[in-house]
Design a protein around this ligand. Structure first.
Ligand code: DQA
Length: 148
């Protein structure tokens, strides 16, 4: 069974509490359950992690090398600042999909830049939890993750 690593960045642990008008009322635990349920439906294994620390996220990406077939990443605020996450994704060369719960295109100017995007095969935004399902589907389709 193919393996997907879902990586969540800072403040996503506060889903349900943080700005519910933007991010919704469901919690981070709900998101983890949602991802596992969708992965099961698609016949892939998904590990889900979250960190508030940029360095830890870099380490998580590095450790995925040789262990995971695809990465789904919501780098949260580090999307807009982190060359380190871009470099880590490029270094490991694992197919990656960028996800955002909110439609960042319709938000502040400082959210219009994504450093990680250059290392991702696709970006999904504004679909809430469903964006993570779309990302898993995209990896299954683009990279043939269901086949082996
Ligand atoms: C986010 C969008 C980012 O701009 C923001 O900093 C987040 C969450 C999203 O999922 O919509 O923390 O990545």
């Amino acid at each position: 069974m193919k393996k997907i690593l879902v990586i969540n960045g800072p403040n996503l642990n506060l889903l349900g509490v943080r700005e519910p008008s933007i991010y919704g009322a469901r919690t981070y635990a709900d998101l983890v359950d949602f991802i596992h349920a969708h992965a099961k439906k698609r016949g892939v294994f998904a590990a889900v992690c979250q960190s508030n620390s940029e360095g830890e996220l870099v380490t998580v990406i590095q450790r995925a090398r040789g262990r995971y077939d695809g990465i789904v990443i919501n780098p949260a605020a580090y999307t807009h600042t982190s060359v380190a996450l871009l470099d880590a994704l490029k270094a490991v060369g694992i197919p990656a999909v960028e996800v955002h719960l909110s439609d960042v295109r319709a938000r502040e100017d400082f959210r219009q830049v994504s450093y990680v995007r250059a290392a991702c095969v696709k970006t999904i935004m504004g679909r809430g939890f469903d964006g993570y399902a779309d990302a898993i589907d995209a990896l299954c389709g683009l990279c043939g993750l269901e086949d082996a």
